[in-house]
Design a protein around this ligand. Structure first.
Ligand code: GDP
Length: 240
């Protein structure tokens, strides 16, 4: 799996203003500091800055990043410039174009500083997105393996449960991702414990039937653990 390009394309603050397109969307949900940017950079083989939204801070909006979309103007520039250009190169890439999809960053969950009414509004919007957005094919919910699910994560469990029950469009795959596993590994058995604790928490909040089928991936942006597993889910759910 390869990410040849990752471009910020849009930020949307309502369902009506989400970009119109036919590609699939893989959405990344998690409280701030959970390790989201690091994980996306690891997936994309970028050192940094690939996944920094244009409006930093506590912005509550859907940030859209196009993966491998060579119809974008800056990609066209990228392909036609530079020393690697072959003679008589056509406008299409010389390698097999990898699949295109959108990464959607959902920031701004669980900020204590954001007024309660605004947090409620944003949570409702995310729930409506998960329930009704046909392009949404995969939701990665990131949980820090050191602290386990926090109150905001439990809110997300409940939100996901409600939206999956309401959803009528194409299936949406929900995958839990434990982040920063390298930090837990110093302690013996800490990672398996975090995994089991999360599994139990899921069963409590989602019910055994739904919880049983939800994959839990263990990842680390530092050691690149879990990269292949995340890509398998991306390929399976988000690529045509
Ligand atoms: P975001 O706010 O969710 O985008 O989180 P960041 O990706 O910015 O990460 C928050 C902090 O955790 C930063 O200081 C990262 O260096 C650190 N971090 C993120 N992922 C890992 C990881 O896998 N291992 C370790 N040890 N630190 C990580």
């Amino acid at each position: 799996a390869a990410v040849r390009s990752l471009d910020f394309v849009a930020g949307a603050v309502s369902l009506q203003t989400l970009p119109a397109h036919d590609l699939k969307e893989a959405v990344f949900i998690g409280r701030s500091n959970v390790g989201k940017s690091s994980l996306v950079n690891m997936l994309a083989n970028r050192k940094s800055a690939a996944f920094v939204s244009k409006k930093p801070g506590k912005t509550q909006q859907f940030n859209y990043f196009a993966v491998n979309d060579f119809s974008l103007p800056n990609n066209r520039r990228r392909q036609s410039s530079g020393g690697k250009k072959k003679k008589n190169a056509s406008s299409s890439p010389s390698w097999d174009p990898p699949g295109s999809f959108y990464l959607v960053d959902v920031p701004g969950l669980g900020y204590a500083e954001v007024p309660k009414a605004a947090r409620r509004e944003w949570a409702d919007l995310l729930e409506a997105y998960l329930a009704t957005r046909d392009q949404a094919a995969l939701a990665f919910h990131l949980v820090d393996s050191r602290c386990g699910p926090m109150p905001v994560d439990r809110d997300i469990f409940a939100m996901v449960k409600r939206s999956l029950a309401r959803r009528e469009g194409p299936p949406l795959r929900y995958v839990l991702v434990l982040t920063k596993a390298d930090k837990r590994e110093a302690k013996k058995n800490a990672v398996p414990d975090a995994h089991d604790a999360l599994r139990a928490d899921l069963a409590e909040h989602l019910g055994d039937d739904l919880a049983r089928d939800i994959p839990i991936l263990v990842t680390s942006a530092t050691t690149r653990r879990g990269r292949d597993a995340m890509w398998r889910h991306l390929k399976h759910a988000a690529l045509p």
